[in-house]
Design a protein around this ligand. Structure first.
Ligand SMILES: Cc1ncc(COP(=O)(O)O)c(C=O)c1O
Length: 370
């Protein structure tokens, strides 16, 4: 049986007719940026979030960089990020601030007690990453951050659609950052991203920062890059938003099948990285904490089960961030997890049979090799 890791290839084909119809309207209008599709998408996202304003951008990376610039990050400032999330580290460093790595809990989310110990007078922002679609306890984080000048920038690249105490993630801190990379909970056919805020000053900065710091065309009044969401990508997102609820229901069903299948292992073998508490996560990646992870991955690959490791190294162990290596002794759980995590196939159209096969193979691996 052929098992797909995600639905990046199959989803556009399933909805090809709707996509082509919408693309055709964009082509007919001949207007490729800041057009009707961008306007509609902005409106729909603002409605979905319930409060605040949305700015569409070219990628999740750009949304994080603009967010950090908006709160005024500079050299001598510090930004706290989780030590296990590779893509967040780059915009954090590009903001000019010093990157401070926090350890994570057993689900790979920010260890809030560690964050509390890392806050200094220089801390400008903290980036809780709702990794895999799981939700950081934002109220606990806010209680730990007693200094009100520290801004909370939620990285929701992997968690569009996840909820915390009945509110959408991304709307719980000062700024919410989203990615529409094709694999994400809502992904387009290329790159894309969005920012959310209720703060008028940040909003103004975003609107100008996406286009050469311009208030008036060709009169940029501060130095910035540009970051735009093409109309064709906004059109794809508008198509996918139409079916978001059924996609969500499909993923919940798949998650429940996995949960049931794993519960039958009675604690033998791997543990599912998952928690709800006050949240309703929309899972982006289904990740297990697996003893003898590399051998398991090889075995599953031989069985035709594709897997990935997101992410295989903690930030301070990759070349670009080797200068952060001295923070390593405090990052015990992040280092441990990166050696044990494995992402399993997960998407709304994964069948019950596939899930049983995957979990049965995992059980077999631990039975025969323990
Ligand atoms: C947690 C997280 N943050 C940021 C990003 C960057 O998003 P993008 O790829 O859209 O630039 C990603 C994407 O991989 C991500 O997973």
């Amino acid at each position: 049986m052929k098992i797909a890791f995600n639905n990046v290839q199959s989803k556009p084909l399933r909805h090809k007719k709707q996509l082509l119809k919408r693309f055709s309207s964009v082509l007919n209008r001949g207007w490729f940026f800041y057009g009707r599709e961008n306007e509609l998408l902005t409106e729909r996202l603002e409605k979905q979030f319930g409060t605040g304003h949305v700015t569409l951008v070219g990628s999740g990376h750009d949304s994080l960089l603009l967010a950090l610039q908006a709160v005024g990050c500079q050299a001598n400032d510090e930004v706290i990020i989780p030590a296990n999330v590779y893509p967040t580290a780059f915009p954090a460093a590009m903001s000019g601030a010093k990157v401070v790595l926090a350890d994570v809990d057993q689900n790979g989310l920010l260890d809030i007690q560690h964050v509390a110990r890392l806050i200094t007078k220089k801390t400008k922002a903290i980036i809780p990453v709702h990794l895999y679609g799981l939700v950081v306890d934002i109220h606990a984080l806010k209680r730990a951050v007693t200094n009100t000048t520290v801004k909370i920038i939620e990285d929701c690249a992997q968690a569009f659609g996840s909820m915390y105490k009945n509110k959408p993630v991304g709307t719980l801190g000062d700024i919410g950052c989203f990615s529409f990379y094709p694999t994400k909970n809502i992904g387009t056919l290329g790159d894309g991203g969005a920012l959310w805020t209720t703060n008028k000053r940040y909003l103004k900065f975003f609107n100008e920062g996406v286009s050469y710091g311009e208030r008036t065309r060709y009169k940029g009044h501060f130095i910035s890059g540009h970051s735009r969401l093409p109309e064709l990508q906004a059109a794809a997102l508008n198509v996918y938003l139409d079916m978001f609820e059924s996609e969500k229901a499909g993923k919940k069903k798949v998650l429940n099948h996995y949960k049931k299948a794993f519960s039958r292992l009675n604690g033998r073998g791997p543990r599912l990285l998952y928690h709800e508490d006050d949240s309703d996560p929309l899972i982006h990646l289904l990740v297990i904490d697996a003893p003898r992870r590399n051998a398991l991955q090889k075995y599953l690959n031989e069985q035709g089960i594709p897997t990935h490791i997101q992410y295989p190294h903690p930030v301070h162990k990759v070349g670009a961030f080797s200068h952060l290596e001295s923070q390593s002794p405090q990052l015990i759980q992040a280092e441990l997890l990166t050696k044990r995590i494995l992402s399993l196939p997960f998407h709304s159209t994964l069948s019950k049979n596939h899930i049983h096969f995957i979990v049965e193979r995992i059980a077999k691996f631990y039975e025969t090799t323990s």
